[in-house]
Design a protein around this ligand. Structure first.
Ligand code: MG
Length: 387
């Protein structure tokens, strides 16, 4: 059977108002542009906060140049309109001026997978704003490795062989495959540092098949300077030997702390929200995640369901607000503000540099420096004496 490919490509091409949302006219323009293409089986355009999300199905496979070029051209057109409309940070995620075959390293986030469509193919697509790809580590672990979240790992014979996690080291640009439950502890050693180790893909062990994939590029490192957090997206397949829809959603009932929020420099709770609430507000946050559910049929996406539009997530939202309030009271203090090694990629080092002249060495350090100088002078005199 021919495999279909589900591709999500996203970029912040301009905020309305500030960093809070995407302008409806930009979303409409992207929709029109994708409808015009004859490369796609189907498409759906939405936005999470200031990020424009292009969801596409096609027969062209993963990493296809034509599909990536199509998305790039849509973003360019939208960025042009965003500039005309004077939207905030227009074109901010488009780091290169021309397309060179693949979107990797060019700014937009890409998550895509090819699969044979099953008898029934439920897929959940998570999109987050004001956070980073490592934000998926905790929920992905819970969905695919934690029986307290996913009882199917224990009671469903089709899931009992577990799942393998492909973890990317975003600093070194290399990856490792860790099979669970065998390598569960090793997996946690890595993914507990979500700023560095990010789950890129999850595979079912037996029979091997793709279960989840995420966007992983780190904009701050690509550009060599801070250009905004690379708000992530995640595709998860459900049911028939994979976790049930409810098991996947369950992982988001705990609004865990993620990096991002204001200026991409703060820790905050990841709040699961309805699509209509996917617009960060307080302190440009708190970070939020929305989820669209698709029942794919012959490659057609159909009408999506807004999966967090349900009272069973009210408690998580309330908890997120309480945690947000608690953290905000810390103002610019860690651990609300990110630790200084992470702040290296922000504008903070500029301020620190300007402060350098205010520092004087301590008395102890000055004496040590003087002794070192005297020692050196002695050595020089000695060497002259030999000449
Ligand atoms: Mg954003």
């Amino acid at each position: 059977m021919k495999k279909i490919t589900l591709t999500l490509i996203k970029a912040d091409i301009g905020g309305y108002v500030g960093h809070s949302a995407s302008h409806p006219e930009i979303i409409a323009l992207a929709r029109e542009e994708l409808l015009r293409s004859n490369l796609l089986i189907d498409s759906y355009v939405t936005a999470c906060g200031d990020d424009l999300q292009l969801i596409m199905t096609h027969w062209e496979g993963v990493g296809n140049e034509d599909i990536h070029k199509l998305a790039w051209d849509v973003f360019l057109k939208c960025a042009e309109k965003a500039r005309e409309m004077k939207l905030y940070g227009a074109g901010q995620d488009l780091l290169k001026t021309s397309f060179s075959g693949n979107l990797r390293g060019m700014g937009p986030g890409v998550a895509e997978m090819s699969f044979e469509e099953r008898k029934s193919e439920p897929v959940l697509i998570f999109m987050a704003d004001k956070t980073e790809p490592g934000a998926w580590n905790l929920p992905l672990y819970k969905i695919f490795a934690d029986p307290f979240n996913t009882p199917g790992l224990i009671i469903d014979p089709k899931m009992h062989e577990g799942f393998a996690f492909e973890v990317l080291d975003v600093m070194e640009d290399k990856s490792a495959m860790l099979k669970c439950p065998e390598h569960l502890y090793d997996l946690l050693v890595l993914i507990g540092s979500p700023g560095r180790y990010v789950i890129k893909n999850v595979y079912k062990n037996k029979p091997k098949m793709i279960a989840a994939t995420s966007t992983t590029s780190r904009l701050s490192l690509i550009a060599g300077r801070y250009v905004g957090k690379d708000d992530p997206a995640l595709i998860v397949r459900a049911q028939h030997g994979l976790p049930a829809v409810g098991e996947i959603l369950e992982a988001f009932s705990f609004p865990h702390l993620v990096e991002g929020w204001m200026r991409g420099s703060h820790n905050g709770p990841l709040m699961p929200v309805r699509v209509k609430d996917a617009h960060p507000a307080r302190f440009d946050g708190p970070p939020r995640v929305m989820c669209l559910g698709f029942q794919i049929r012959n490659g057609k996406l159909g009408v999506p369901r807004d999966m967090f539009d349900d009272p069973s997530f009210d408690l998580a939202r309330q908890k997120a607000n309480e945690v947000a309030e608690f953290l905000r009271r810390h103002g610019p203090f860690e651990p609300h503000r990110l630790s200084s090694d992470v702040m290296e990629y922000t504008t903070l080092p500029q301020i620190l540099k300007e402060l350098e002249h205010k520092f004087k060495a301590s008395e102890h350090k000055r004496i040590k420096q003087k002794l070192k100088r005297l020692e050196l002078e002695k050595k020089v005199k000695k060497s002259h004496a030999f000449k």
